[in-house]
Each structure stands twice: as C-alpha cells, then as structure tokens.
Design a protein around this ligand. Structure first.
Ligand SMILES: [Zn+2]
Length: 273
C-alpha cells in the first residue's frame, strides 16, 4: 500500500503533493485519462497560495504529502474538474476512494470542530494526532464516525429489497440500512431497523463485513439475516417501496463495488450454486 496515514508532515517537505480539494459534495480531480479520475498532484507552494483553503495534512501517497481542504475562491486549474465524491466511489481505483473518503472525513472534522461543542471556546489543533482540544475545558473533538447497520434479509429463494426515501437514484432498490442508536448492540439495531422500516422479524443475524461510508461520516456494518415472521408493512416516511425479489428478477441495485451491492451479489451467487 502506497498510502501511509500520518498527522505530521515529512521533514524536509517535498515540493509536490496530492491535493484533495472539496467544494460542497464535490472533489477536484485531474484530467480524465481514459475516464479514470486522478487526484491532482501539484506544487505545494502554488496550491497553498491559490487553490486550497485551511489545508490539513493527513499522510503520504507514493512518498508525497497529501492535503485536504476547501477550494479557495473560484479558480479551477486548467483541465481539472469537480465531480461528486459519491461518483468517485464507483469510478475510481479502490485506493483512490479510500484516500478520498478519509480526506473527506478529516476535512469535515476540521471545519466542524473549530469551536468547543461544550463551552464554545475556539479549539486548538493537537499537533501529533487528529484531535481538536478546548483550551478552556479540555474537551477533545475527534473525527466523528456514526455506525450504521446494513442487512441482506433472505426468505427461501428471495431477498428483501427496498427503495428508501433518501436514495439519490429513485429507481434504485437496496438492502435495508439504518443508524445505530445509543445503548443498543449491532444485532439489536438490525432487529429494530428492519421491524421499523418494513414490519418483519429476522433471525440468524450474522456479521458479513464493514465499509467506511463518508457521506458524510458513517461506518457501514454489513449483516446477513433470515426472515423469521411478519408481513411487509412499510414505514412510508423511510421506505417508498419494498418487496421480495428472486435472483433472476432483480430491480436496479447498487454496484458490486459497494457493500450494499456486494451483499446482493452474494445472495445471487448463493442461488446459482
Ligand atoms: Zn470547552
């Protein structure tokens, strides 16, 4: 792996570095060679002066420093462009989206914790780690991570898929997901979310794998489960549509590259063997 996380920039500092520059939900990318986006590699001095605001160093990639920050002003370097961060997830190389996701979460931490959440005093940045400390009350503010469960529910030869009210693509169906609440285990969260959203009970909840999901700050924890009891009864404030689908008649679903798509692909594969 060519990417090494670090809070302390190398000394001496190389003249060039990689710049993860955000504007709202978009990220600046390099000219698209063969439609593969790349992160801009620029002269550090020039980029700091003209292109990036309030940069945070967060590691090295191929021995060059990496910075994240907000776009400064309106200037976009010739040949560069902004794309939606989420689209980078399906178009970019895995290492690229891992770095971009990490950069996005540190960027959010940097802009969201400029003041202490408890007493309102401006915070100080801790030099050796990604922590902002309140000089008045000593509260530490770390990058925020919100755990969320995502579950593939199977009933004989069918999988439960739903269209969520917040999906960017309104035709897309996916497995159910929801945020973990204080005081509950991940398994309890699976039971609660599934029952709240579609009114059914599940059993045999089994951990599958997890995925960082920086939109804006989630950690998706993937599970599989079997149908236990109940009829689909949708919570219309969360779910537009939900149904059982067999492997040969799936609606539009997420790509295999993301955890939701991988869970669905796993079900399809299990039906063909
Ligand atoms: Zn404070």
């Amino acid at each position: 792996m060519n990417f090494i996380k670090s809070a302390l920039p190398p000394d001496p500092l190389p003249t060039k570095g990689y710049f993860f520059i955000f504007s709202n939900n978009r990220i600046l990318i390099h000219p698209l060679s063969k439609n593969v986006p790349a992160i801009p590699c620029m002269e550090i001095e020039g980029a700091m002066a003209r292109i990036i605001n309030d940069p945070v160093f967060f590691g090295t990639y191929r021995n060059l420093p990496c910075y994240c920050g907000k776009m400064a002003g309106e200037f976009i370097p010739p040949g560069h462009d902004f794309i939606n961060l989420r689209s980078l997830y399906t178009r970019g190389e895995e290492i690229l989206w891992q770095m971009a996701g990490y950069a996005r979460q540190l960027y959010d931490w940097n802009i969201n914790f400029k003041f202490c959440g408890r007493c309102g005093t401006p915070t100080d940045r801790k030099r050796t780690e990604f922590a902002k400390v309140c000089p008045a009350c000593d509260l530490h503010h770390y990058p925020r991570i919100c755990p969320a469960i995502i579950t593939a529910i199977v009933k004989k030869d069918k999988i439960l898929l739903a269209r969520g009210v917040n999906f960017p693509n309104k035709k897309m169906f996916s497995v159910l997901a929801g945020f973990v609440e204080p005081g509950e285990t991940l398994e309890e969260c699976v039971q609660r979310e599934v029952f709240e959203e579609v009114g059914i009970r599940v059993k045999n909840i089994t951990y599958f794998k997890s995925e960082s999901w920086p939109f804006p700050d989630s950690l998706m924890i993937g599970f599989t489960a079997d149908y236990d009891s109940g009829q689909i009864l949708m919570d219309k404030s969360e779910v537009l549509d939900a149904d059982w689908f067999d492997a040969d008649h799936l609606p539009m679903v997420p790509e295999k590259k993301v955890l939701a798509g991988e869970l669905i692909h796993r079900f399809v594969k299990s039906q063909k063997t």
